[in-house]
Ligand binder design. Structure first.
Ligand SMILES: Cc1ncc(COP(=O)(O)O)c(C=O)c1O
Length: 379
């Protein structure tokens, strides 16, 4: 495991490194830190498992077998102390495809669906492109600390069908506490909301223990958890994910949609998921340590520079940097022109204005160069 190793990703149709923003005056050697995947090679065990399957040479129709389900069940038990039943798990081709199916199945055109901006922008897409209405329950922000606005949630839930919870939250990095989830659960119960809990970032919780929505009493009966080894093990291009649905009625309806769409994970995603969950623990612990050190570097290098503020998040590998007190007119563009591509906070909703998101899951050499360009370029 050598996370310092820099591997050229350009020339691989890589979203992060092979695309460029349409802005004039950006240097050719742009450092890309916007998309949320990692610039690290996956665990050897995943590579070996995929290679072995690849060498078999026949890639016919395949199903996820006991080993696949057991690897997920054991992971959840060991990491979160959660007992999953096999029948609760429904394999998918990704978290967002699962979200789209749930929205189609459990709401109708014109229904309101709650999100908590600033939040991962495809949530908005998946609602609007399905002709549903985005209902914004903005997070409260106080000095860089984010909490949920429960009064507003209660009010908005009156006329909404579904709430999409981002847990841990991308981009603000919150790992929601038991108390917060209990409070949310009460509102969901009172207003009869279905909760879709996107837990894709769960394995990157640092200063607070991750609590799944299915560990919360009443919520368990009205939740569709969407999870995946994608972020955890850096395999999002293999396209995989799964839903966990304890409630039988919700599960059966969701399963009908999955069957209707014939949504099946591909061979390599099944193999990669099994290998990752069964043998990837050590790799994950090392990458988490590396990422934490990267966060400390960003904190040290950027805090105070041109009025920027950054706190190490409770979860995710994404730094949420506050530029509201900086002297920059448009920090996104100004940093781009210095050769670093961060994600503009506005993309995550109006309340993201004045923030930039930086993916720190990259070799230290790349990170240090990006930090140097930002510091020296802007001071
Ligand atoms: C919160 C969140 N959900 C979902 C996804 C994407 O999931 P998938 O690629 O499995 O559809 C991402 C990727 O960045 C994410 O941050």
């Amino acid at each position: 495991m050598n996370f310092d190793r820099v591997i050229e990703r350009r020339g691989t149709n890589c979203y992060k490194w092979d695309t460029r923003p349409d802005v004039l005056g950006i240097p050719d050697d742009l450092i890309s830190m916007w998309v949320a995947d990692m610039d690290f090679v996956v665990a050897d065990e995943i590579l070996d498992a995929i290679s072995e399957r690849l060498r078999h040479g026949i890639f016919g129709y395949t199903f996820p077998a006991d080993e696949y389900f057991d690897s997920i069940i054991n992971w959840w038990k060991e990491r979160y102390g959660v007992d999953l039943k096999r029948e609760w798990i429904i394999p998918l081709t990704g978290v967002i495809p699962g979200m789209a199916l749930a929205i189609e199945k459990f709401s109708s055109k014109g229904d309101g669906i709650i999100i908590q901006p600033p939040v991962y922008w495809p949530f908005r897409n998946v609602i609007e492109l399905n002709d549903r209405v985005v209902v914004e329950n903005d997070l409260l922000e106080n000095g860089g600390e984010y909490t949920m606005d429960f009064d507003d949630l209660d009010e908005k839930a009156k006329d909404s069908k579904i709430m999409i919870l981002c847990s841990p939250h991308n981009p603000v990095g919150r790992v929601w506490s038991d108390e917060e989830l209990e409070e949310l659960s009460k509102i969901a119960q009172k207003r009869d909301l279905l909760v879709i809990s996107d837990e894709i970032h769960s394995d990157f919780s640092f200063s607070r223990r991750f609590v799944s929505a299915i560990s919360i009493g009443d919520l368990r009966e009205r939740v569709i958890v969407l999870a995946s080894p994608n972020k955890t093990f850096n395999i999002p291009g293999i396209r995989n994910g799964y839903a966990i649905i304890p409630n039988e009625d919700i599960r059966e309806k969701f399963q009908r949609s999955v069957t209707a769409h014939n949504m099946k994970p591909n061979i390599f995603s099944i193999v990669a998921t099994q290998a990752a969950y069964s043998h990837g623990k050590e790799w994950l612990e090392s990458v988490r340590d590396y990422i934490l050190e990267n966060f400390k570097l960003v904190e040290r290098e950027l805090n105070g520079c041109c009025g920027m503020k950054m706190k190490i998040p409770e979860g995710t590998f994404l730094a949420w940097i506050d530029f509201r007190e900086s002297n920059l007119t448009d920090p996104y563009i100004e940093i781009l022109k210095k050769g670093v591509w961060l994600q503009d906070g506005k993309v995550f909703g109006k309340s993201g204005k004045g923030f930039l998101r930086m993916n720190v899951a990259t070799p230290r050499k790349i990170l240090l160069e990006a930090l140097r360009r930002i510091r020296e370029g802007l001071s």
